[in-house]
Design a protein around this ligand. Structure first.
Ligand code: ZN
Length: 243
């Protein structure tokens, strides 16, 4: 990663707190949805709210597999295969609204309960994510908070990036910038003066300077649309898909 001014690296306790906040946001977001509400489209191509909800519930179960792995030392991957992952989403999205909402809540609570039971030593055990990364189990709360907080916005029931904790948004920008640095696109320097933070996306040519609010920068970096403009008024350059 190139030089990014951090607003403070996230801690384990931060990530556990954000995972709870995000799960609560999702739970509240779907509370009033009936079947028609769940059938509404989202900003994610081809996905209704039901797809997003089923994906988040399946994610909790997949991360629970990694928590079990950390607890027992027995390798239990997030998903048995890409096909199984897709099938879980398809099954879930076809559920009646009340059952889908209940699955979301139940899967989130079960994951939290499993994490609560891990010992300090088990938290340090390494597991392998669906993307093939080997990480200590202490990374799992961050992976979960990213899923629930970003998908709470994707559900398009009124939650926006501005509703997410500032510390989470800064950690998200750190994370996405690091991943984007591995496959450079346009060179962009993003400044959030109110948050005292700067993120650099390395790339070809002179870096395009963009200044904005932390929540707008997080939306831009995660490919969730943008109101951001360069100093000369031109739109922020399009970025490749993230994750
Ligand atoms: Zn996701």
């Amino acid at each position: 990663m190139t030089n990014s001014t951090r607003t403070g690296a996230r801690t384990f306790d931060d990530a556990r707190r954000w995972a709870l906040i995000g799960a609560e946001l999702i739970s509240d977001a779907v509370a009033g949805l009936d079947d028609a509400g769940y059938a509404a489209p989202t900003a994610l191509p081809g996905w209704t709210r039901a797809h997003v909800a089923a994906h988040v519930a399946a994610n909790a179960e997949a991360l629970s597999n990694l928590v079990n792995w950390a607890a027992t030392g027995e390798p239990t991957p997030m998903y048995a295969s890409p096909e199984e992952r897709a099938a879980g989403i398809e099954r879930g999205r076809a559920l009646p609204a009340a059952e889908l909402s209940a699955w979301l809540r139940r899967s989130a609570d079960a994951l939290e309960a499993r994490m609560d039971r891990l010992t300090d030593e088990q938290w340090r055990h390494e597991v392998v994510t669906a993307q093939g990364r080997t990480v200590p189990a202490t990374e799992l709360p961050w992976m979960r908070s990213r899923e629930v907080c970003v998908h709470a916005v994707d559900l398009a029931t009124g939650v926006s990036f501005a509703d997410l904790p500032a510390g989470f948004l800064a950690a998200l920008c750190d994370d996405v910038t690091a991943r984007r640095a591995a496959s450079p696109g346009p060179a962009v320097t993003l400044r959030a003066p109110a948050a005292g933070a700067v993120w650099e996306l390395p790339g070809d040519g002179e870096s395009i300077g963009i200044t904005g609010e932390l929540h707008d920068i997080a939306a831009y970096l995660t490919g969730r649309g943008t109101a951001l403009r360069a100093a000369d008024g031109s739109p922020a350059p399009a970025l490749a898909a993230w994750l």
